[in-house]
Design a binder for this molecule. Structure first.
Ligand SMILES: [Zn+2]
Length: 287
């Protein structure tokens, strides 16, 4: 009898929670839906669970002029700089957003996805277990709390970096790459740029955000980074951990977050566009 009542009570609670989640998604997704639909339409490779769910599950997006990018879990609000706004309170469409800001958006969406899904949804318990156990393996010298934050920021930064890089390259291939005379050099430069990701060390840090600027600055000059120029870290009050993410972490992010659409392999990561380029077609014909 007691068991039964508890079950009923639990079911009631679950139902209520479900109701609030649905309410929240229905009420607030107007801010992100324009962006999510443009991704589906124009670049389905970026239709990724973490991104769409992360954006749809925030209670609100607040755009601001002072360039703050931050996800605040307590109030479930995403603060984004004005460059991401369409002027009417919604996120711009994909094509109108600079790769640096897409990196910011992906970064903050990962925080929200972790908070609203990975830590709560039973279906994602394997991802959750990884996010709970991995920090102490990687950052043995940090406290549990700092290690968890450092890993979360490290992964969010890696995700931002890969998005920035992928979008920049995809746009170049779609413009220069489709012109016969520019195709080969565009493919060659793209291949080089994508390979930078592999050698680029990524570090976590344990001060929440301010991060938009951190990684935007760091990767603003992705183009120049292959020339060997290092951009210094801005003094933004974050504390980088001097242990870089490992191959294991990158593999996890490729698999669990990018659903294997992004990989170390340039050919795999851009196969959809490459197969349509004039210089790639001709090399295929020769085979
Ligand atoms: Zn962050």
């Amino acid at each position: 009898m007691i068991l039964l009542s508890r079950r009923v009570f639990r079911a009631g609670l679950l139902g209520l929670t479900g109701f609030f989640i649905v309410q929240s998604l229905g009420a607030q997704s107007w801010q992100s839906e324009q962006f999510i639909q443009s991704v589906r339409r124009e670049a389905p490779i970026y239709s990724l669970n973490f991104w769409a769910l992360g954006l749809r599950s925030v209670s609100r997006i607040k755009f601001n002029e002072d360039g703050v990018d931050q996800y605040r879990p307590l109030r479930n609000i995403m603060y984004l700089n004005d460059n991401l706004s369409d002027g009417g309170g919604r996120l711009k469409e994909l094509a109108k957003i600079h790769p640096n800001y897409l990196a910011t958006l992906a970064h903050e969406s990962f925080h929200s996805y972790l908070q609203n899904y990975v830590r709560k949804a039973p279906a994602l318990r394997i991802q959750n277990r990884w996010m709970l156990t991995r920090p102490k393996q990687l950052y043995r010298e940090l406290s549990d709390e700092k290690a968890a934050i450092a890993l979360e920021e490290g992964y969010a930064s890696l995700i931002g970096m890969l998005v920035q890089s992928h979008v920049s390259i995809l746009r170049m291939l779609n413009s220069s790459g489709r012109q016969e005379e520019k195709c080969e050099s565009a493919v060659s430069l793209s291949r080089k740029l994508w390979s930078v990701n592999e050698s680029q060390q990524v570090f976590g840090y344990y001060s929440r955000d301010g991060i938009g600027e951190y990684w935007t600055d760091r990767f603003k000059n992705l183009w120049s980074s292959i020339t060997g120029k290092e951009s210094g870290l801005p003094e933004d009050g974050t504390y980088p951990v001097n242990v870089a993410l490992e191959t294991l972490d990158r593999q996890w992010v490729y698999r669990e977050i990018f659903q294997n659409r992004f990989q170390d392999s340039f050919e795999e990561s851009f196969k959809e566009v490459l197969k349509d380029l004039p210089c790639m077609k001709s090399s295929e014909d020769l085979l």
